[in-house]
Write a protein that binds this ligand. Sequence first.
Ligand SMILES: [Cu+2]
Length: 397
Amino acid sequence: MGPPPLWRKGSLPMQSTSNSNRPSGRRSILKNRTVLFGLIAALFLFATGCSKEGQSTWEAFGPVAQKQLDLFNVLLWVMVATFFLVEGVLLYAAIRYRKRPGQPRPPQIHGNTTLEVVLTIIPTILVLALGIWSVFALFEIDKPPGDGPEPMHVNVTAHQWWFEFEYPDAGNGKKIITANDLKIPVDRPITLSLFSDDVIHSFWVPKLAGKLDMVPTHENKMWFQADSDKIDDDLPVTLFGTCAELCGLAHALMRFRVTVMEQTDFDSWAAAYGPPPTNTDKAKQGAQIFAANCTLCHTIDGPDDPALSASRLTGFLTGGDITPVPAPNLTDLRTRNTLAAGIVDLNETTLRQWLQNPEDVKPGNYMSERAVLYQNGSADLTDEEIDALIGYLLDLR
Ligand SMILES: [Cu+2]
């Protein structure tokens, strides 16, 4: 006689009746402090992740984000409903028709044509409907509607680890280059061309639009708009943006702000764009220190000269310890709200910390790594020189 066939009752070792101490094993997992702590932490993160404050996808401030949010909501809830329906039926069947001692095996049925047709048609309709709607939504938000206000264009270049914004047509033909703080007029489509100077980054302002990669040697285009009737607070309003593609050491410290303002305020900012005045002795001293130590990488008197930018990029890409690198244009630093790619508020205290030792504020940044000044750790500048620089950069009087 050979071994008993596998399907016969009691023939599998797993089905043996001895059921050892299973339940107590399960209880001890929950008693385990690490596991419990992990679960609570996960719950906390989950709960705080849903807050609408700050950087949130749950609140749309414009047409592009709104369309994407609608799409997300419908897809999510249809899928949640489908999940609970299917799992519910499955659980019901598994419990209701489970094997009970002393009962015969339930009859095996196969090939109920009506059921199979219905169960094929419903998912097909669902997938087609959601899929077709998604594709239409994609086309709808591809370009700003032609009948609205004239779009404003911005070129965005990502660098390790900060964002550069160029407004080719903002101030009556005057070119404007700035960094880390994108200023946009409300109720006007903003078209963006995205570039990168080094590795792949990703541009993301959750309240205005989904993310889009910023790829070296390739231009990606997107647009968004901030609508005044969707924003409850008084303008100007500051929105959060971030790099959403792991791009090296300081990736998590690569953020930016979008300041939404009235068109008139935007126009006066653009008109006032220019270097900080040097009408005090302190500012003059600051300007001299700046010229001696900082202009290898930074421009402060208007848009960067393209040839200079190119040579800084070459210096950066060819490496070496002390080289020029692309750096934020500081012409309008005094109108920005944050410092070092959106990671701290900009004020005298933070700017002093930055100038004393950028590494303390933003580990890994290329200013402390490549500037001669910081090769011995903290700055090769006296407190008085740093004061003068701060007064000059922020136009303090
Ligand atoms: Cu990045």
